[in-house]
Design a protein around this ligand. Structure first.
Ligand code: FEO
Length: 392
């Protein structure tokens, strides 16, 4: 792909990574991703907004050559993470006159992470403006989307917001703009769940800040651009501010069928009580799907057998992950089975201190569940339904 023109003097010069399937050796990327960089040519100065992942440096440099860019005055580093800053050293080498522009905190991180030359990094205050001649960049500090040093860049004359990770989606596509809102909603929600949700309280403030700007186009650094900005702004508003919904997320493992029998029964009972359930067999699930489900859920019920006196390791991982992602859930319960004893409930409860939740009575049984155990699951389902009613 060649550079793609957005408007006169504004080009997409990023890289699409079709085959990447894992980010940070942690996050599944079922649809690949892109690292978007943007070139802004004003009447007097030229700026590059973000760079690209170092694995695709050659793509960015080639695009700049294709546009015959002989001089870059400013490289705007909205975020220090290497998928956006990783090609900074090569850009600075090719364009020796270029100055990097970042928040003060980002400046320190660029020096630490990339060994960027300190004297070439200009730290800017929140609200600072930079003239490129007939175009003006305004910098909006937006900490914790999703690192502490992040900022957004607003092109005032064209009303374009360049928010880097904020509002992004891991989606490799030839579409420059969103064409299929359903598909992008899914990818952006997954991205929000995995990357942004732990900071949703702080993101509330950043979202309010952004809504003070007139925006005609949102150009993130992952995924397609939003030429209908209200689509993603409204979605974020729901994810960040919305009340938890009448949904139970049920991640579980069952080794010999006892926990599975409990899960099956509880799902049926919850459905009979009007509660939506999203269940995940942790032996096979895409952990990103689980993260997405946590965005809206009011309750998590964790299902586990007992292994060597504790929960199954996959369940421990899911509990650890839920705790780290800090979803808006209000209630948690634990169900499962044991053969001869153990401390599974205490262990799992101890893994979720970040979740400000009410723990509902666990149902943990010896061996295969019996009629009284199924009755206890019915009671749990009724309790959950009643608790959810209080959220409306
Ligand atoms: Fe896309 Fe936080 O980097």
């Amino acid at each position: 792909m060649k550079p793609r023109k957005i408007k006169d003097g504004i080009y997409w010069v990023g890289a699409v990574d079709w085959d990447r399937r894992l980010f940070d050796d942690l996050i599944p990327l079922p649809d690949g991703t892109s690292y978007n960089a943007y070139l802004i040519q004003g009447s007097e100065k030229t700026a590059l907004i973000d760079t690209v992942d170092p694995t695709t440096s050659h793509v960015l440099l080639e695009r700049l050559s294709q546009l015959n860019v002989e001089r870059i005055d400013y490289v705007i580093a909205n975020h220090a993470e290497q998928d956006h800053s990783g090609t900074l050293p090569q850009v600075l080498e090719r364009y020796p006159e270029a100055q990097v522009v970042s928040t003060p905190k980002c400046k320190g991180m660029l020096v630490d992470l990339l060994l960027a030359p300190e004297d070439r990094v200009l730290a800017v205050d929140d609200g600072a403006r930079l003239s490129l001649g007939d175009k003006t960049l305004e910098f909006i500090h937006a900490p914790w989307v999703h690192w502490p040093e992040t900022m957004l860049t607003y092109l005032r004359e064209d009303k374009i917001l360049f928010p880097c990770d904020f509002f992004g989606s891991h989606l490799a596509t030839t579409d420059l703009y969103v064409t299929d809102e359903g598909r992008v909603y899914e990818a952006a929600k997954r991205y929000y769940a995995e990357i942004m949700m732990p900071f949703h309280k702080i993101i509330q403030k950043n979202l309010e800040k952004v809504q003070g700007y007139e925006i005609s186009l949102i150009a993130p650094s992952h995924g397609p651009m939003y030429d209908r900005p209200e689509f993603i702004l409204e979605a974020y508003h729901d994810w960040v501010f919305g009340d938890p919904k009448n949904i139970v997320v049920l991640p579980y493992i069952s080794m010999h069928g006892s926990t599975l029998a409990m899960v099956d029964h509880l799902v049926d009972s919850l459905v009979e009580n009007g509660v939506t359930v999203e269940r995940f067999d942790l032996a096979a699930t895409d952990i990103g799907k689980l993260a997405m489900a946590l965005v809206d859920a009011a309750t998590i019920v964790i299902g586990s057998p007992t292994v060597l006196t504790g929960a199954h390791p996959n369940v421990v991982y899911a509990a650890y992950l839920a705790n780290a992602l800090r979803p808006k859930v209000k209630f948690v319960s634990i169900i499962g089975s044991y053969g001869w004893g153990g401390k599974m409930v205490e262990q799992l409860a101890g893994l979720i201190p970040n979740l400000k939740v009410e723990i509902l009575d666990p149902v943990v049984v010896k061996g295969h569940p019996r009629s009284e155990d199924f009755a206890a699951l019915d009671k749990l389902a009724t309790t959950i339904a009643e608790k959810h009613e209080t959220l409306k």
